[in-house]
Design a protein around this ligand. Structure first.
Ligand SMILES: [Zn+2]
Length: 418
């Protein structure tokens, strides 16, 4: 290992994060950010990144759906590369650190290694993934899913946005062309994959630690439910005669909460975040209710067992209340485990940089969930204030960001040598 003196240029990095945050569709000024994939603003952000990559002397490749790879070519360019990166799309009215720290931090890690005189054996590549957030097409991580063969190309092409335009049309209009097939990466494309990200939870700040070394990423499954009862006049239909869809849905929602609470896994979380009541009038008995379920765990068997139990409860509630319950699985991803070797490398980098760390799981999911399917994967977390994310007041101090970048830089250097 070449001995390295990593000096992160914190001022420049924070300046770039602020500049990126200013490229926003949000009605409020930065640090409030809105940047939806394939919008004019997203394209402007990509242009800004491109200029930074060029100034850094990196080789840039953009694939057919806009995933952007900026490569620092190693002395053995035919060897599998070491990859890092994250996303720059942002949900409406969110903050300036989610994803961007992994992209601009990845770039700064490369720049700091260059300044330190490091010469990589394997190429090091920073990736900006298209559409990590599900805002536009209802499904997250479309870029990494496509790279890792975790979505059929037909399904991807036919995802539809609120305007009724499909993914293929929208990406073409945004200027990206080529076959969807070409987005797939070979299984040996990356020797290792590491993503730097804010924690989006309160643990690191609460324990006053600098770095979280991610051991596993919890995986989500999402379902839609429909409860069909019988509507009627709120005054005329007496209580014993009612087949109220909302009251039945409420029972199911509380059953889901109960099952999640009593699960043996501390990492299992279940959320009903969206509910639609038909006809939605003050004097009308609800005849139809649709609701969503988002359920996550690091243990997929446990997660799926809880779903099965919830469905059994829903069936019983439907029978008792003489309503019909239908459900549909929208998406079900397996969790991912970090590579033990990468965990070791990240921890060694923490020791070198004299920063404190703990091992932890990622309860939010990231592009790394899918990259783990085609490469040994690791993630580096930095604290964020009060665990707040997806809000304009999302914040990490410049020192916290810089420590994350320094650990990432050493990690990348070490993996590029191996
Ligand atoms: Zn993110």
């Amino acid at each position: 290992m070449q001995s390295l003196n990593i000096e992160v240029n914190t001022d420049e990095l924070i300046g770039r994060l602020r500049k990126l945050a200013s490229i926003s569709d949000c009605s409020e000024p930065p640090p409030a950010v809105t940047r939806v994939v394939f919008s004019k603003t997203d394209l402007a952000a990509r242009k800004y990144l491109q200029s930074l990559y060029e100034a850094a002397g990196l080789e840039v490749r953009v694939d057919a759906i806009g995933n952007t790879f900026a490569r620092w070519v190693g002395t053995e360019p035919n060897e599998s590369a070491v990859g890092t990166g994250s996303h720059t799309d942002a949900i409406p009215h969110s903050g300036m650190y989610d994803g961007t720290v992994g992209v601009l931090g990845g770039l700064e890690a490369i720049l700091s290694l260059k300044r330190a005189g490091f010469i990589p054996r394997r190429s090091i590549e920073v990736v900006m993934f298209t559409s990590e957030e599900p805002t536009r097409f209802g499904i997250g991580c479309t870029g990494s899913r496509a790279m890792a063969n975790a979505i059929t190309l037909e399904k991807l092409a036919n995802l539809v946005d609120d305007a009724g335009d499909n993914y293929d049309v929208v990406r073409t209009r945004a200027g990206f062309s080529g076959t969807f097939e070409s987005v797939r990466l070979r299984e040996d494309y990356y020797h290792a994959w590491v993503e730097l990200h804010i924690e989006q939870g309160p643990e690191l700040e609460a324990s006053s630690l600098d770095i979280g070394v991610v051991t596993a990423i919890a995986a989500p499954a999402t379902y839609s439910f429909e409860v069909i009862g019988v509507g009627g006049h709120a005054g005329a239909v007496l209580m014993p005669k009612r087949r109220d869809a909302l009251c039945s849905a409420a029972k199911i929602v509380l059953a889901i909460e109960y099952l999640a609470n009593k699960s043996f896994s501390p990492d299992l979380v279940a959320t009903v975040g969206h509910l639609q009541v038909h006809p939605g009038a003050i004097n009308s008995i609800p005849s139809q209710v649709r609701f969503s379920l988002d359920i996550r765990d690091t243990d997929m068997t446990n997660r799926d067992d809880v779903v099965a139990e919830a469905l059994a409860w829903a069936g019983r509630i439907a029978k008792q209340r003489e309503v019909e319950v239908r459900h549909q699985c929208l998406n079900s991803d397996p969790p991912a485990t970090s590579s033990p070797k990468i965990i070791d490398v990240v921890e060694a980098a923490c020791a070198c940089e004299n920063v404190t760390h703990q091992r932890m799981i990622s309860r939010a999911y990231h592009d790394s969930l899918f990259m783990a399917r085609i490469a040994p994967m690791g993630m580096i977390f930095i604290p964020c204030r009060a665990g707040v994310s997806h809000r304009p007041d999302e914040f990490s101090t410049p020192e916290q960001v810089a420590k994350g970048v320094a650990v990432l830089a050493r990690t990348l250097a070490s993996l590029a040598e191996s």
